[in-house]
Design a protein around this ligand. Structure first.
Ligand SMILES: CC(C)(COP(=O)(O)OP(=O)(O)OC[C@H]1O[C@@H](n2cnc3c(N)ncnc32)[C@H](O)[C@@H]1OP(=O)(O)O)[C@@H](O)C(=O)NCCC(=O)NCCS
Length: 183
């Protein structure tokens, strides 16, 4: 665990810091779009901080995954989305802490399940982390998203993903026996 790391819900003034320290590369702010959903109440946008700087982010979408393949089976399952940790700080438990924080918020809302999507083949490290935290594979789907690059070109992307779901009614230590410290 990174020392002095803590997690807060995103505030208006944090968006500029997120854009500066965790830039997304597109022409429009990834963080501003997520913060707009946060202020609208359809999601909670979490920010991990170390020494006053944002080092990670993750959004809990209370209305669930937007992919129709997932909605057909898990319409009421909140989704952790846009999980990202600053590259030099990966492997220090920040991703785990963001996920644990999201799970606690879901439990407070009396939600019995929470899910997240992971690239079907291309992100083994993230997949290992989610498996260890108790997320189990369910539905395969196409994650469809679009962005406008800095030259103004519109890109439409389709990533084959699998939706992983965790049962929040049986809170167990992480597989392997390690109980993850959450802030
Ligand atoms: C996926 C991601 C969010 C995980 O964040 P993270 O902060 O690295 O996650 P954690 O540190 O909690 O756990 C990941 C690894 O660190 C290790 N770890 C966790 N806590 C640790 C600790 N206290 N000490 C040492 N290692 C630790 C874990 O064992 C795991 O190792 P492994 O990859 O060998 O299995 C991050 O890698 C990332 O931003 N990736 C790019 C974006 C991305 O892929 N997002 C997910 C889309 S689905």
């Amino acid at each position: 665990m990174v020392r002095r790391m803590h997690i807060t819900e995103c505030r208006t003034e944090d968006v500029v810091l997120l854009d500066e320290h965790l830039p997304s590369g597109g022409a429009t702010s990834f963080h501003a779009r997520r913060f707009a959903r946060h202020t609208a109440g359809s999601s909670t946008y979490l920010v991990a901080w170390t020494d006053g700087f944002p080092v990670g982010n993750g959004e809990v979408r209370w209305n669930g995954c937007t992919a129709p393949e997932v909605r057909a089976v898990f319409a009421d399952c909140p989704e952790i989305n846009g999980l990202h940790v600053a590259e030099p700080l990966r492997g220090a438990g920040i991703g785990t802490a963001l996920i644990r924080h999201a799970e606690r918020l879901a439990v407070q809302r009396n939600t019995r399940k929470i899910g997240l999507g992971v690239d079907d083949h291309g992100n083994p490290r993230a997949a290992r982390l989610y498996a260890r935290l108790g997320y189990r594979p369910t539905v395969r789907y196409l994650d469809r998203w679009s962005y406008i690059d800095r030259d103004g070109i519109d890109h439409h992307v389709e990533d084959p993903c699998i939706f992983l779901v965790k049962d929040l009614t049986t809170d167990t230590p992480d597989a392997g026996g390690r109980r993850t410290q959450a802030s």
